[in-house]
Design a protein around this ligand. Structure first.
Ligand SMILES: [Mg+2]
Length: 447
């Protein structure tokens, strides 16, 4: 038996805004950040659980405080009990009768639950000696449905239907695992498409993406129509007709505006339009989907929980479902969302990038391929080449594909040295930055 003896949080921020990496129409100056949690036990096995919420800078201290509010649920608890029944542990965290008022099941507190839940999954996978995708993909259908809270889902997906989906995918698990290990999981890249980049940089990075084996790139759009037409034309000229180009408006438009704007981009053969409007606007997304067809609508990185995903699917508001490892309440809720997508026959192309999101979400897609949907058709994981060096088990992306992690855990553990350097505001980087800005005539520190 072991006990959780420490639950530590850190407010980690990387100064990405200095180079306009990650800039889009809604978020022009993100500092990619992690509200980070580390779970330590007295098990004596050296294993810790690490999880995080991704944010883009200011407010990361609010997210960190929300994680702290959950500490009493984990600290001092029997670790084996917490890990043995992750469905019960999820409900324990999600249904606190007082904290629930802050959601329910959305926003800062829900994301904080995700960080804690994912840290526990990281610990569970490390103790099992396998990567998270493999841990999930070798669980029985019964064990998997027990992870899911079917409350609010049963009008669209019952426990029995979820079991049927999972049982149907049991044959072939070994073959798909072998195929995954040999050939990887397809990726696509957003690296060329940040709004702050010049046309020359866009064209160069687009060509480099194709040379690196990617079959799809994505461009940020939505700030200025003439600029978007020129940038999409530039990208199409750079990559030729055979590479897919998706566009992402990051919630910039109203419904009619989205439909009108896309008429001007449609001639360039657009693979999908991502986040055209508010992530809460289910009927708006459905109207846009009808208005821009046959261009698919993609969304999910800001969809707050499985209930909104359910309605998006019921309303045919999305054709590409974009799970995010750190937006909803962790692995359990993403298992529910993958099951919903399978029920509705919608492809899943996860949101990634940021800090640690590629490392984390690949496990969910790989699990989905082996044990849920059983297919790679039309599916790919977003890839952005930022900040991977801060992770203990960084992604292995080559030839345009994600190759499965083999190290035990969920991929969410950051190097202690990175945490120490970039903790805000007292880490080495931020202290030096504050001193530099205080000096006469000095500017911000670049990394
Ligand atoms: Mg996006």
């Amino acid at each position: 038996m072991s006990t959780v003896i420490a639950v530590e949080t850190s407010d980690v921020r990387f100064p990405t805004s200095r180079k306009l990496d990650g800039s889009d129409a809604m978020n022009p100056d993100p500092d990619y950040s992690a509200a980070y949690v580390r779970v330590v036990t007295d098990g004596g096995d050296g294993h810790e659980g690490h999880g995080f919420v991704f944010t883009i800078g200011r407010g990361n201290e609010v997210e960190t405080a929300a994680i702290k509010a959950l500490v009493p649920y984990v600290l001092g608890r029997n670790a084996e009990e917490l890990l043995a029944d992750m469905g019960a542990t999820w409900k324990l965290l999600a249904h606190d009768s007082q904290l629930r008022w802050l959601g329910p099941e959305k926003g800062v507190i829900h994301m904080a639950i995700g960080a804690v839940v994912n840290a526990l999954w990281d610990l569970k996978a490390k103790r099992a000696g396998v990567p998270l995708w493999q841990l999930l993909a070798t669980m029985t259908p019964e064990e998997l449905v027990d992870l899911v809270d079917f409350r609010y889902l049963s009008d669209a997906l019952t426990r029995g239907e979820a079991l049927d989906i999972l049982r149907a995918a049991v044959p072939g698990r070994e073959e798909r695992t072998a195929a995954l290990l040999a050939g990887g999981y397809p990726g696509y890249t957003t690296t060329p498409g940040w709004l702050g980049y010049s046309d020359e940089k866009l064209a160069r990075l687009a060509r480099e993406a194709v040379a690196a084996g990617f079959r799809q790139i994505k461009l940020k759009v939505g700030a200025d129509l003439a600029d978007d037409v020129r940038r999409v034309r530039t990208a199409r000229a750079a990559v030729g007709p055979d590479i897919k180009i998706a566009v992402d408006a990051n919630q910039r438009w109203d419904v009619a505006e989205a439909i009108e704007w896309m008429k001007h981009l449609a001639p360039f053969d657009i693979a999908w339009i991502e986040e055209p409007t508010s992530p809460d606007d289910i009927l708006g997304h459905a109207a846009i989907a009808r208005g821009v067809a046959p261009i698919p609508v993609a969304t999910g990185e800001h969809v707050q929980n499985r209930v909104v995903f359910k309605q998006m699917l019921q309303a045919q508001a999305l054709q590409v479902l974009q799970i995010d490892a750190a937006r909803v309440a962790g692995v359990n809720e993403n298992v529910a969302i993958l099951l919903l997508a399978a029920k509705f026959g919608v492809r899943v192309c996860p949101h990634a990038g940021g800090v640690g999101l590629c490392e984390a979400v690949q496990h969910l897609s790989m699990f989905d391929f082996v044990a849920v949907s059983g297919t790679l058709k039309g599916r790919m994981i977003e890839f952005v080449d930022h900040l991977h060096e801060h992770f203990v088990t960084p992604i292995d992306v080559h030839d345009g594909s994600y190759f499965p992690p083999v190290a035990p855990g969920a991929g969410s553990e950051m190097h202690a040295a990175s945490i120490a350097e970039f903790t805000f505001p007292d880490g080495r980087f931020w202290r030096a930055d504050a001193q530099a800005q205080a000096a006469p005539g000095a500017g911000k520190v670049l990394v």
